[in-house]
Design a protein around this ligand. Structure first.
Ligand code: MEV
Length: 312
């Protein structure tokens, strides 16, 4: 029997744009998925992860493709030379928190242990990425990278296929956030595909949008490094405006954003795939975090109160 862990994640800046080689900022969450693996004659998969109702059903195909990819990569079969995999942990699965990346990362880590392969984190990350791609067909690599390494980082995909650029950001003074779930599960592949279709229909417009996003990223990163929370919040709001323009927001996200801003959140944007999933609310201090979470919950949405590591 062996065990492996994969962190949940939230994207502060850059979902969707990261697919096209623009840089993004992500942070691991305290919530994790844990994979337990043991040798077995016949393949068995037990999914005991907590979920937003309907998540596992909707992601069934994606999960199966990920598992097939992992079995193939680790040279395991469905019968004979096989494994039993049990997933658990406190990461509540929904789109937006990197649940599928945490699945791939935790199983890759556990299989590496079980089979005594002594893989480096980079190799584990690669295995998780291949599984993510098999699952959704469109992964940039930001989710599995954050899930494997943890912490707070910038990520830039190498579109030529070479190594991606990853900068670890130091965490000196974590800041309170609220993650509010719309309760809607989306398939990353579908939403990424819709954005790609918009880009292809009007490349000039998309280039303009990318320029706007690049400005947000540059200012956001500077503010993160300085520990200027107000400015981080302002840039998150601008990022949300840009995400609206590429049509990955939805009514539930907008209601959460509006409610949170009225309750005092200093930044509010969708995080991850969009058109559902989670909304990230920047709420420094326990008091503001409580107040914003309460206001959002009163509208009928569930929340998760945690922290991300802004420096300073
Ligand atoms: C999903 O968490 C983030 C997206 O940018 C897709 C990806 O980067 O793989 C929407």
């Amino acid at each position: 029997m062996a065990e492996g862990k994969g962190f949940g994640k939230t994207i502060l800046f850059g979902e969707h744009f990261v697919v096209y080689g623009l840089p993004a900022i992500a942070s691991a969450l305290g919530s994790v998925t844990i994979a337990k693996v043991e040798k077995a004659e016949k393949f068995e998969f037990l999914d005991e992860r907590p979920e937003t109702p309907g998540y596992k059903e909707k992601k069934k195909g994606e999960i199966e493709r990920q598992l097939d990819s992992l079995l193939e990569q680790f040279k395991l079969d469905k019968e004979g030379n096989s494994v039993k995999i049990t997933l658990s942990g406190n990461l509540i699965c929904n789109s937006g928190v990197g649940a599928s990346a945490a699945l791939a990362a935790s199983i890759s880590r556990a299989l590496n242990e079980l089979l005594g392969l002594e893989m480096s984190d980079d190799q584990i990350n690669k295995a998780a990425f291949i599984a993510e791609e098999a699952g959704s067909g469109t992964a940039s690599g930001i989710d599995n990278t954050t899930s494997v390494y943890g912490g707070f980082l910038t990520f830039e995909k190498n579109l030529e296929g070479g190594p991606n650029t990853i900068e670890r950001l130091s965490v000196q003074n974590p800041v309170e956030i609220v993650l509010a779930t719309t309760g809607i599960t989306q398939e990353t592949k579908v939403v990424v595909g819709a954005v790609r279709a918009k880009k292809e229909a009007d490349p000039e417009w998309f280039e303009q949008i990318c320029k706007q996003y690049r400005e947000v990223f540059d200012k956001g990163l500077e503010a993160v490094k300085k520990g200027d929370r107000e400015e981080v919040g302002r840039q998150m709001d601008k990022n949300q405006e840009i995400l609206r323009q590429i049509d990955v927001s939805c009514d539930e996200i907008e209601e959460i954003v509006k409610t949170a801003k009225e309750a005092g959140a200093i930044g509010a944007k969708l995080t991850g795939t969009g058109r559902g999933g989670y909304v990230l609310l920047l709420t420094p201090g326990k008091e503001l975090q409580e107040k914003v979470a309460k206001a959002v919950e009163e509208k009928g949405y569930k929340t998760l109160k945690t922290k991300v590591g802004l420096s300073k």
